[in-house]
Ligand binder design. Structure first.
Ligand SMILES: [Zn+2]
Length: 436
């Protein structure tokens, strides 16, 4: 009994802290007064708008006076009249089960010294951080040795156990024998691996079925490795044969799942496009010919610029200067891809760098490399929703969409870094953050 009392006192003592850091209200009828509203689909800014939220979804959007007229008198009012309001952001390439690493030793340590339960606890913190930073949607592209723990994180979020974004998860990812860490250990040791190792078309079809059975929303695989420069272009070695990749993509599509390919060099991107993957991850070595094929095939590019910038210096110092070259190659490729109309979905590789770095830093690089601020915001909203085949549910602030709404104080179209200072977060009609 005494222990229970102490537990109660402790939990009440913690309560005010919880409320300060996470304002969470049950979904009801809410009227949001939006001083400026970014209409991402039309690419314009509207002033003095009203957003009527009923339960999890947006019921009406329009000039404030009109929306106020149809809002019930009992509606809770949220005053964002001095803020810029926009749809919740989507990050299409994350790893909640990784905590950042520069060297392979740091990567190995997470798999060797941290249990999957411990890594999952850390993943719940990463998910919460992402949501508080305004990311209401994440496509998490593999657990790096943590099996299906991403499915559990997603389930805990969906059931309201922990706060976090809407998750689309890829579970274990695929590579072939000998082509993904952990490597370099004595052959006498059975080491854990950062992926599900698969060889041969039949084994791959079975593995795709298994991942889907255990909850994969996406299939992810590593198309290439061993990046090198030749004749001014980035090249790579393939991890799979054409038949293996074809079997993987065909089986995933047959089960209604899309496929993301880690592809850095020309060979990796070329081989991935030949088998019809849905998104190219990183793509640092994209040239104009590959971009034209992506436009024709409707393939998305998830550039993950910031992680490349973040790790380049450290990896160069550790003896791999190719990372500096790849960083600079991508800066050029990005501007060309924007001009050519490649569908670019916002993706950061957060987890590849520490979750203490705000995922919104990617926006600054997208704008520096050739997008307008509006295009960068579209990549993290409407384009991401299309990639995830959920354009009817999120990506815009429109009647019928889920009420995933964020706000910043300044104007992100003038200063894109405003998105690193999100002050209001609503997901599915629930307020998770509302700083004064
Ligand atoms: Zn990644």
């Amino acid at each position: 009994m005494k222990r229970l009392l102490i537990a109660l006192v402790v939990s009440f003592a913690l309560l005010p802290i919880t409320i300060v850091s996470q304002v969470k209200t049950a979904p009801g009828v809410v009227l949001i007064k939006a001083g400026r509203l970014i209409d991402v689909r039309a690419g314009r800014v509207l002033e003095n708008q009203g957003i009527l939220v009923e339960g999890q979804r947006i019921k009406a959007v329009g000039p404030l006076a009109e929306v106020q007229r149809i809002a019930p008198a009992t509606a809770q009012v949220i005053d964002l009249s001095r803020a810029t309001v926009l749809p919740g952001l989507a990050d299409c390439h994350t790893h909640v089960l990784l905590q950042g690493y520069n060297t392979s030793d740091e990567y190995d340590a997470q798999l060797l010294k941290e249990s999957i339960p411990y890594r999952t606890i850390r993943a719940t913190v990463a998910a919460r951080t992402a949501l508080m930073n305004g990311f209401t949607v994440m496509r998490d592209l593999e657990t790096e040795g943590a099996m299906y723990a991403d499915v559990d994180v997603k389930t805990a979020i969906n059931r309201g156990v922990i706060p976090g974004p809407r998750m689309f998860v890829a579970t274990r990812s695929f590579s072939a024998t000998g082509m993904y860490p952990l490597s370099g250990y004595s052959w006498e040791l059975k080491m854990p691996e950062g992926v599900q190792t698969v060889d041969g078309a039949d084994e791959i079809r079975k593995a795709v079925r298994e991942q889907v059975k255990f909850g994969a929303d996406w299939i992810k695989f590593y198309a290439d490795r061993r990046y090198f420069m030749k004749d001014g272009a980035l090249h790579s070695w393939l991890n799979f044969t054409h038949e293996e990749m074809k079997a993987m993509v065909d089986e995933a599509h047959r089960l209604g799942k899309r496929v993301a390919a880690h592809a850095m060099g020309w060979e990796g991107i070329d081989a991935s496009l030949k088998v019809g993957v849905d998104s190219i991850e990183h793509g640092y070595g994209l040239d104009e010919g590959l971009m034209d094929r992506m436009v024709r095939q409707g393939t998305y590019w998830c550039p993950t610029i910031y992680v490349g910038v973040y790790v380049a210096e450290g990896r160069a110092a550790a003896g791999a200067p190719i990372w500096l070259t790849m960083r600079d190659l991508e800066a050029k490729a990005f501007g060309t891809a924007v001009r050519k109309g490649v569908k670019i979905a916002y993706g950061t590789d957060a987890g590849g760098y520490a979750w203490t770095e705000n995922q919104a830093k990617e926006f600054t690089y997208m704008v520096r490399y050739g997008m307008t601020p509006m295009q960068a915001i579209q990549s993290a909203t409407v384009v991401a929703a299309d990639l995830l085949e959920r354009a009817g549910d999120f990506g815009g602030i429109e009647a019928g969409q889920l009420a995933d709404i964020i706000a910043v104080n300044g104007d992100p179209l003038r200063d894109i870094t405003e998105l690193e200072r999100v002050r209001f977060v609503m997901k599915g009609g629930e307020v998770y953050r509302n700083d004064k």
